[in-house]
Write a protein that binds this ligand. Structure first.
Ligand SMILES: [Fe+2]
Length: 270
C-alpha cells in the first residue's frame, strides 16, 4: 500500500499529499484515505504529476464518478468528461466566489484541476472554507440560513449552447446550509450567479443578500491560495468550499487547466 504524507498548507484548509503517483492505479485503502483527507482538509494538492487524459480520469474517480460539464464547447473532444479552462478560446477567468454546477440535483462532490500550462506569474486559484464561514456566523444568523434554500439554474453566459441549456437549465432547489456526507459538519452552500433566488425573497433581494454574505464571510483566515506549478493537481471539496480564479496574469501567456467534476450526493441539511 502507498504511504501517504499529508501536510497542511494553511491553518484552516488545504493540504499537500506526497508519496503518490496519480498515473498509477490506486489501492482501495489509499482511495479511502484520500476521500477522508479531502473531507477533512477540503483542498488537496498533488505536485509533479504527469498524466494522460485517461490516467487523469482514472485518478479523479477516487473522489466520485466524473460527470458531464455544461459548457460542453470547452470539453476535450476525445475525452468529453474533461473540460479545458483556457482564456485563449474565449473563456473569462471565474473570478467571483462560487461552487461548481449547483444547477444539478446531485452537484459535484469535488472539482479537480490539473495544471498543464501555467503563466510565469499570477493566475492562482483561491479556495475558502464555507465550513469555517458557517461556524464564524452568529448563532441567530446560522439558524436563519439553516431554514433557507436557493433555486439554481444556469447563469446567463451568452455562449451556453442551446442543448446544454435544454439539459441543465431546469431550476434545482438546494439548502443554503448542507451537512457534509463524510465529515458530518455543516457548511454554507450557494452560487450567487446560478441562484435565481433564495426562498421567500425576490431575485434582487436574494442577490444583495448573497453578495453581502460573501463579502462578510470570506476573510483571509479561511482562504487557501493555490499558486500553480505545472504538474499540480488541485482537488477542491465542493460540498464545503467556494473557490475563485485570479485573472492577474499576462494574457499573452497560456494558462491551461484540465477540469474534472465528480458527482456527489444531493445536498441536505441533517
Ligand atoms: Fe469553478
Amino acid at each position: 500500500m502507498t504511504e501517504l504524507q499529508i501536510t497542511p498548507l494553511h491553518p484552516t484548509l488545504g493540504a499537500e499529499v506526497a508519496g503518490i503517483d496519480l498515473s498509477r492505479p490506486l489501492h482501495e485503502a489509499t482511495r479511502r484515505e484520500l476521500d477522508r483527507a479531502l473531507a477533512e482538509h477540503l483542498a488537496l494538492v498533488f505536485r509533479d504529476q504527469s498524466l494522460t487524459p485517461a490516467q487523469y480520469l482514472a485518478a479523479a474517480s477516487v473522489f466520485g464518478p466524473p460527470m458531464e460539464q455544461h459548457y460542453s464547447q470547452h470539453n476535450m473532444p476525445d475525452h468529453p468528461l474533461i473540460g479545458m479552462i483556457w482564456h485563449k478560446n474565449g473563456q473569462q477567468p471565474a473570478e467571483q466566489w462560487h461552487t461548481d454546477h449547483t444547477n444539478r440535483e446531485r452537484p459535484p462532490a469535488a472539482t479537480i484541476l490539473y495544471g498543464v500550462e501555467i503563466p510565469s506569474e499570477g493566475g492562482g486559484t483561491s479556495v475558502a472554507s464555507m465550513r469555517a464561514a458557517y461556524l464564524a456566523l452568529p448563532e441567530a444568523e446560522r439558524r436563519r440560513l439553516d431554514g433557507l434554500t436557493s433555486f439554481n439554474g444556469l447563469d446567463g453566459h451568452a455562449d451556453t449552447r442551446p442543448e446544454d441549456r435544454e439539459k441543465y437549465g431546469t431550476p434545482v432547489e438546494h439548502p443554503m446550509v448542507r451537512t457534509h456526507p463524510v465529515h458530518g459538519s455543516r457548511a454554507v452552500y450557494f452560487h450567487i450567479s446560478k441562484a435565481t433566488h433564495v426562498s421567500g425573497m425576490t431575485s434582487e433581494t436574494s442577490r444583495a443578500y448573497m453578495k453581502e454574505l460573501i463579502e462578510r464571510m470570506i476573510r483571509p483566515e479561511i482562504v487557501y491560495h493555490h499558486a500553480w506549478r505545472k504538474g499540480d493537481v488541485l482537488v477542491i471539496d465542493d460540498r464545503a468550499t467556494m473557490h475563485r480564479a485570479h485573472g492577474d496574469y499576462d494574457r499573452s501567456q497560456s494558462r491551461v487547466l484540465w477540469r474534472i467534476i465528480v458527482e456527489g450526493d444531493r445536498p441536505r441539511l441533517i
